[in-house]
Ligand binder design. Sequence first.
Ligand code: NAP
Length: 292
Amino acid sequence: MQLIDGKATAAAIKAEIAGEVEQMVSAGGRRPHLAAVLVGHDGGSETYVKNKVKACEECGFRSTLVRYEEDVTEEELLDCVRRLNEDDTVDGFIVQLPLPPHISEQKVIETIDYRKDVDGFHPVNVGRMAIGLPCYISATPKGILELLRRYGIVTSGKKCVVLGRSNIVGKPMAQLMMQKDYGDATVTVCHSHSRDLKEECRAADILIAAIGRPGFVTADMVKNGAVVIDVGTTRVPDASRKSGYRLSGDVDFENVASRCSYISPVPGGVGPMTICMLMLNTLAAGKKEYYG
Ligand code: NAP
C-alpha cells in the first residue's frame, strides 16, 4: 500500500508555480492577482480563505480579501462581484461558499465573469469542462486528477466509482474520469438513492468517496488492490485537540488501507491539493490561458 501524499505534492506544485511567477515578473509581466470575497465569520470559511491567502503568498501572487458582514444584501454582494469583473487589476476571484441563506449562491456564481471564475463553478466553465474544452476546472476534482497523474496511477480503461454527485465534487469528478483526455475510465456514480452501493464499490479499481459521512467506506466495500481517494472532510468533536475537533474522511482508513494499492489520507490527501489547484487556475488566469 502506498500513501498518496497530497501535502508534499501540493508543496512541490506551489514551488513550481512560484518559479514560473518569478520568471513572468523578470520578463516584465505582473504577478497574478486573486481576490477572495468572504461573507460572515463561519469558522470553516475563515480558515479556507486564510489558507488561500497564504497559498497566494507562497506562489508569489498578489491577493486581496474583501469582507462583508453576515447581513450584507444580495444586491450589495452582486455589486461587489460586478466591480471585480470590471477590475482589470484582478485576474481571478472567488466568493467563498456557503453564503447566508438570504443570498442566492447560484445568482452570485452566474454573475461572476466566467473568464475570472477560478473556482470553475460558472455554467460556462462547467459546460466547457463537460465537453472537453479549455476552462477553469473545479479545484477538488482537478487536484485528484493531478494526484493520480503524479503518482503514475493508470486510469484508462479502469472501473471508477464516484460516491457523491454534488456540483463541485462528484459530478465534475465523474465527468473528468470519463473523458478520453483525462481519466478515460468507465465511471459509475453512486448517491444516497443508489441500490447495491456496496456491490458497486467492490467492483471499483478506483474508488473516489465524496459524501461527507465519516468512515462510510468500510473494508468489505473495497476490492483488493484498489486505489481509494478520500475527499470527505467532516469535523468531528475531539476533546484531545486544541480546536475541539478533528477532520474525518469518508473512508475507514484504519481497516481499508491495507487492502489498497494506493490510498489518500485525511487530512493531508485531497485537501492541500484543492487550494493548490486554485493557485494553478489563478496562474492560468494571470496568463489569460483559456480566454485570451
Ligand atoms: P454534498 O454537496 O453534501 O454532497 C454529498 C453527496 O453525497 C450527495 O450527492 C449525496 O447524495 C451523497 N451522499 C450522502 N450520503 C450518502 C450515503 N449515505 N450514501 C450514498 N451517497 C450519499 O457534499 P460535497 O460538497 O460534494 O462534499 C462531500 C465531502 O467532501 C464533504 O465531506 C466535504 O467537506 C468534502 N470536501 C472536501 C474538499 C477538499 O478539498 N478536501 C472539497 C470539497 C468537499 P444525494 O445527492 O442523493 O443527496
